[in-house]
Design a protein around this ligand. Structure first.
Ligand SMILES: [Zn+2]
Ligand SMILES: [Zn+2]
Length: 193
């Protein structure tokens, strides 16, 4: 019944597929470096484009909760949830009720999170395209949502679990969990064994 694997699911081809193998490798390496063993990081072989009902035509954004629900339904059918955490990654702009936008969203009860990468691109802010910067932000936001899935709340330490609602705040935090959060994740993993 323990959580054994993390499944990264592309929600778009553009802006994601070209980085997905590198993201998979980076997440797996970072977890191991922090002493978090026993979690396989897999990449889902198909792009699961979110249904149009998740798209809000007045905001031109996708609703995070709707995509989480969609991924839950898809992976429920496959029957992987006892042992898996699912993180959808899409070059999309996402929102949640009461917020102008979100970089991502996680539903720990459902074992599903989503990362929206459109606002992680330097070009979004009128800056020059930079692969390294985009990729670092992508790693941070993926680790952040994954942290929520593994039972973490927001953290005020120098930690990837810091709340960030602007790209400056994303850039200011490290792409690692702090010691406190690593301990909590270890507890989470051993609790679910
Ligand atoms: Zn968060
Ligand atoms: Zn922390």
């Amino acid at each position: 019944m323990g959580v054994k694997r993390i499944i990264l699911v592309p929600l778009t081809t553009h802006g994601v597929l070209e980085y997905l193998d590198a993201l998979n490798e980076a997440i797996g390496r970072k977890l191991r470096e922090m002493g978090l063993e026993g979690l396989d990081v897999l990449t889902w072989p198909d792009t699961l484009k979110p249904p149009m009902k998740c798209f809000d035509w007045s905001r031109l954004q996708y609703h995070g909760g709707c995509i989480v629900k969609y991924l839950r339904e898809v992976f429920q059918l496959i029957g992987l949830f006892d042992s898996s955490l699912v993180v959808g990654v899409g070059y999309l702009d996402g929102y949640e009720y009461g917020l102008d936008f979100v970089f991502g969203e996680a539903s720990p009860d459902q074992h599903v999170a989503v990362v929206f990468t459109k606002r992680l691109k330097p070009e979004y802010y009128g800056e020059q395209a930079r692969f390294d910067l985009y990729f670092e932000r992508l790693v941070k936001e993926t680790l952040h949502e994954l942290g929520h899935l593994m039972g973490l709340e927001h953290c005020s330490n120098y930690c990837v679990m810091r709340f960030s609602n602007s790209i400056l705040e994303v850039d200011a935090k490290p792409a690692e969990y702090c010691g406190d959060c690593v301990l909590k994740i270890k507890n989470y993993i051993s609790r679910t064994k």
